[in-house]
Design a protein around this ligand. Structure first.
Ligand SMILES: Nc1ncnc2c1ncn2[C@@H]1O[C@H](COP(=O)(O)OP(=O)(O)OP(=O)(O)O)[C@@H](O)[C@H]1O
Length: 450
C-alpha cells in the first residue's frame, strides 16, 4: 500500500456514532473524513478520493447500497465496507454481490472494524495488480491452470479475480469434473493467503462419526480411541484457506458447527470447554442444487446464505464447445511432457468427434481420455469409445406420458434394468447410463439397490 496513511471516508447519519468511529480510526493512524449522507459522501469522493469507504446501510432516504453502486461504477478499485443491521444477512449477501469488499453485522466490535479495514487495505494492492492483469489479457485464454476462452469462462475469471483479493466466502457450483477444485485453487493462488496453507477436505469422504474430529479436532480422551490430541483441518489451516468440497454431503450436526465458525470465527475441539479463534478463508463447492437441499431439509438455510456470499458457477463442457480444441491441445502437451513422450497427432475426423461428443464427465473425462491417448497412441480406440457412449435421449423419440410419471420409480427401474443388462457389473451399468461410477453408486444406495 501507499506510504501515506490510508484515507478512509466514514458515512454515518448518526452524529454520535459518526464521531466515535472517526475518532477511533484517527487514533489508529488512519486519515479520516466523514459524511452524514450518501449525497454528501459523493461530493466528498469527487473532491478528494479516499482509499476506502466505510458506510452504514441505513442513511435516510438513500442507503449504503446506493453509495456502493455509485462507488463500484465510478471507482472500481476503491475499498468498501458496509455495516448492516443485526440479523439482515440478505443485506450482507446483496452488498457482497454488488461488490462490497466486506461487511460487518451490527453490533460489531471495534476490533472487527479494524481487522476488516486491515484486510481490505491489503487486498486493495492485489486488486489493483489483478485488474492490471485482466486488462492486459482482456480475452483471457486461461487463469492459473484453468483453460478456456468461452464467454462463460471469462465470467468465471472475472469473478475469481475480483474476489480473490478479499476474504469473502465463495460457493462454487457446477457438475462433476467442471473444474470446481481448480477454480478454488486459482482463488487461493491469487489471494494474499497464497503462502499460507490450502487444505482441501472432501466432505463426502469423511464418515459421519469422524466428521467432527476431522474438521474441528478432538481433545485427548474425547472419545474411545482418541489417545492423543487431534488438530482438526480448520485449525491446521489457520491463516490460510480451507476448501470444503462436496459441502452438500456435510452431516447436519457439522453444518451447525461450521455455521458457528463462519459467524463467530471460533471453533471448539471435540471435548474442549473453551474455544479457539481462527482466521481461515472458506471456499466451498458442490455439484448439488443446495437450494433444493435446503427445501428438502438436508441443508441448513442459514449456512447456505453464509456460504453463498459469492457464487461461482462452473459451466459444463458441453456449453463451451469452442474450448474443446484448446483443452485437447493443453492436455496433449501436459501429458506428453509429463510422460516424456511425443504428443501423438489427432486426425481431423477424430477432432470432429471430440467436438461433437457431449462430455458427461466434463473436463475430467476429456483429460483422462487424452492422457490414455498419449500413453497408447491409439486413435481408433478413443474414437470407438466415444461412439460407444450413450447419447442424450432425443425427446422426439421418447416423450413423457400426458399423465406424468413417478420420477423416483422410473429412475430406480432404469438402474435395475442397467444392472440386469450387465449382470450386476456396476462399472458397465454406470457407463451404460452415462453416469460416473460415483454418481451411479450414490443412486444405487439411495434406492437401497446395494
Ligand atoms: N478449465 C480447465 N482447464 C484445465 N483443466 C481443467 C479445467 N477444468 C477441469 N480441469 C481438470 O479436470 C479435472 C477435474 O477438475 P476438478 O477436480 O477441479 O473438478 P471438480 O468440478 O472439482 O470435480 P468433482 O465435483 O468431481 O470433485 C482435474 O484434473 C482438473 O485439472
Amino acid at each position: 500500500m501507499k506510504q501515506q496513511p490510508l484515507k478512509i471516508l466514514v458515512v454515518e447519519d448518526e452524529p454520535d456514532q459518526r464521531s466515535l468511529i472517526t475518532k477511533m480510526l484517527a487514533a489508529n493512524g488512519y486519515q479520516v473524513s466523514s459524511a452524514s449522507s450518501v449525497e454528501e459522501a459523493i461530493v466528498m469522493i469527487k473532491s478528494d478520493l479516499p482509499d476506502l469507504v466505510f458506510s452504514d446501510w441505513k442513511l435516510g432516504q438513500l442507503s449504503g447500497m446506493d453509495l456502493l453502486i455509485y462507488v463500484r461504477r465510478e471507482h472500481p478499485d476503491m475499498g468498501f465496507i458496509i455495516a448492516t443491521a443485526y440479523g439482515t444477512i440478505t443485506h450482507a449477501v446483496d452488498a457482497m454481490q454488488a461488490g462490497a469488499d466486506d461487511y460487518l453485522a451490527k453490533p460489531y466490535q471495534r476490533q472487527s472494524l479494524l481487522l476488516a479495514i486491515d484486510k481490505v487495505a491489503k487486498s486493495l494492492v492485489l486488486k489493483k495488480q489483478n485488474r492490471r492483469l485482466t486488462s492486459e489479457l482482456s480475452q483471457q485464454q486461461e487463469l492459473v491452470g484453468l483453460v478456456g476462452k468461452a464467454p462463460c469462462m471469462q465470467k468465471v475469471y472475472t469473478r475469481v479475480q475480483r474476489v480473490s483479493a478479499t476474504d469473502a466466502t465463495v460457493l462454487i457450483g457446477g457438475e462433476s469434473g467442471t473444474g470446481k477444485e481448480l477454480a478454488a485453487r486459482a482463488l487461493y493462488q491469487l489471494s494474499q493467503r497464497k503462502h499460507k496453507p490450502f487444505i482441501a477436505i472432501n466432505c463426502g469422504a469423511i464418515p459421519e462419526s469422524l466428521a467432527e474430529a476431522e474438521l474441528f479436532g478432538a481433545e485427548k480422551g474425547a472419545f474411545t480411541g482418541a489417545t492423543a490430541l487431534k488438530i482438526g483441518k480448520l485449525e491446521a489451516a489457520d491463516g490460510g484457506t480451507v476448501f470444503l468440497d462436496e459441502i452438500g454431503e456435510l452431516p447436519l450436526l457439522q453444518q451447525t458447527n461450521l455455521l458457528r465458525f463462519l459467524q463467530e470465527g471460533v471453533i471448539s475441539r471435540l471435548g474442549q470447554n473453551g474455544e479457539i479463534k481462527l482466521d481461515v478463508r472458506v471456499i466451498a463447492a458442490t455439484h448439488r442444487d443446495l437450494q433444493h437441499e435446503v427445501k428438502e431439509g438436508r441443508f441448513r438455510e442459514d449456512l447456505y446464505y453464509r456460504l453463498n456470499v459469492v457464487p461461482i458457477h462452473m459451466p459444463p463442457l458441453r456449453e463451451r464447445q469452442e474450448d474443446i480444441g484448446r483443452l485437447v491441445e493443453h492436455f496433449l502437451k501436459l501429458n506428453s511432457s509429463q510422460y516424456k513422450m511425443d504428443a501423438p497427432k489427432l486426425s481431423a475426423a477424430t477432432m470432429k468427434q471430440l467436438l461433437d461428443y457431449p462430455w458427461p464427465g466434463n473436463v475430467r473425462e476429456l483429460a483422462n481420455r487424452i492422457e490414455r491417448f498419449v500413453l497408447l497412441g491409439d486413435e481408433e480406440e478413443m474414437v470407438e469409445e466415444l461412439s460407444g457412449q450413450p447419447r442424450p435421449i432425443n425427446t422426439s423419440q421418447f416423450s413423457l406420458p400426458e399423465t406424468g410419471i413417478e420420477w423416483e420409480a422410473f429412475e430406480k427401474d432404469c438402474l435395475e434394468q442397467a444392472m440386469n443388462k450387465h449382470q450386476g457389473n456396476r462399472t458397465k451399468a454406470a457407463k451404460f447410463l452415462g453416469l460416473s461410477y460415483k454418481a451411479f453408486l450414490y443412486r444405487l444406495e439411495k434406492y437401497h439397490l446395494v
